[in-house]
Design a protein around this ligand. Structure first.
Ligand SMILES: O=c1ccn([C@@H]2O[C@H](COP(=O)(O)O)[C@@H](O)[C@H]2O)c(=O)[nH]1
Length: 276
């Protein structure tokens, strides 16, 4: 099955929520853990144990693992494998992007079945040109994986680049969304080539979001957006949105039950905001 089909199924079965695994130093400390690889492993294992059998998507933020060098990457490998084995789709938030020949190597790191970091999908940066992502598009298609390209990010600084108007009169973000739509043409029930569009935004033209692909929406919780913002920002595309929450779930740990309760509240909030 394609990533898009698996994601549609998971969202229908488990709800639209994605929980980010972001082991900030402050969270490790709040959980009573050391700011070291052992603390990282306990944190990540607890989140996977609490949530991988019930939320649709887990999104490890690679930076917080890479901070601890090879021991951190080993924890990331273990977390990805355990989360997938428990039934969650894993979106690796590594935001990779480079010239095509290097992009091919990044793709193999995350989207080749033989890789220890093999994930269901990868976040990618299209700012070396959308065409530079072609090796990732090809490998994702071959292996039933997906991509999420940064289009309109949740941070206020993104607009100066992403809303700049290009030669065709389309903004940079619109052109990225157009190219994702082309990759998803004809896919059923949902394409595998998604966009990152922040839940914190305003002035998004919902017609641009009709890419027949998933829309990963960070910004709910610690960055100020709520689930009630999803229909406001995404309009008719809201059913394809995967709202992502990291700190506002993780702050409830280390209790497994408290993490589950927090995630369940967000699942219910998005269900109420975007009825089937
Ligand atoms: O536009 C973007 C793209 C990615 N992110 C990432 O999502 C999480 C958000 O964490 P919260 O604690 O829920 O704020 C984090 O890993 C970011 O790197 C984003 O926020 N915005």
């Amino acid at each position: 099955m394609t990533f898009g089909a698996r994601l549609r199924q998971a969202m229908d079965d488990r709800g639209q929520l994605c929980v980010g695994i972001d082991p900030h130093a402050a969270l490790l400390s709040a959980w009573g853990l050391g700011d070291d690889a052992a603390g990282l492993e306990r944190f990540s294992r607890t989140v996977v144990e609490a949530l991988a059998d019930r939320v649709a998507v887990l999104k490890p933020q690679a930076a917080f693992f890479e901070r601890f060098g090879s021991r951190g990457v080993a924890v990331l490998e273990q977390s990805v494998a355990e989360a997938r084995a428990a039934g969650a789709l894993v979106v690796m938030d590594a935001k990779r992007g480079d010239i095509g020949s290097t992009m091919a190597a990044y793709s193999e790191a995350f989207l080749a079945e033989s890789s220890p970091l093999f994930s269901d999908a990868l976040t990618v940066s299209p700012y070396l040109g959308f065409g530079s992502l072609q090796p990732a598009v090809d490998l994702a298609r071959k292996n039933g994986c997906g991509l999420f390209a940064l289009a309109l990010t949740s941070n206020p600084e993104g607009a100066s680049v992403q809303r700049a108007v290009g030669a065709q009169g389309r903004t940079v973000a619109q052109s990225i969304l157009d190219q994702l739509a082309a990759e998803n043409a004809g896919a059923q029930p949902l394409g595998s080539f998604g966009a990152v569009v922040g839940a914190t935004l305003s002035d998004v033209d919902e017609a641009d979001l009709m890419i027949n692909g998933p829309l990963l929406a960070p910004g709910v919780g610690a960055q100020g957006a709520t689930m009630a913002d999803i229909p406001r920002v995404f309009g008719a595309a809201a059913r394809n949105v995967v709202p992502s929450v990291s700190r506002d779930v993780l702050k409830h740990g280390p209790s497994v039950q408290a993490l589950r309760d927090a995630a369940e509240r967000f699942v219910e909030e998005i269900r109420a905001a975007v009825p089937a």
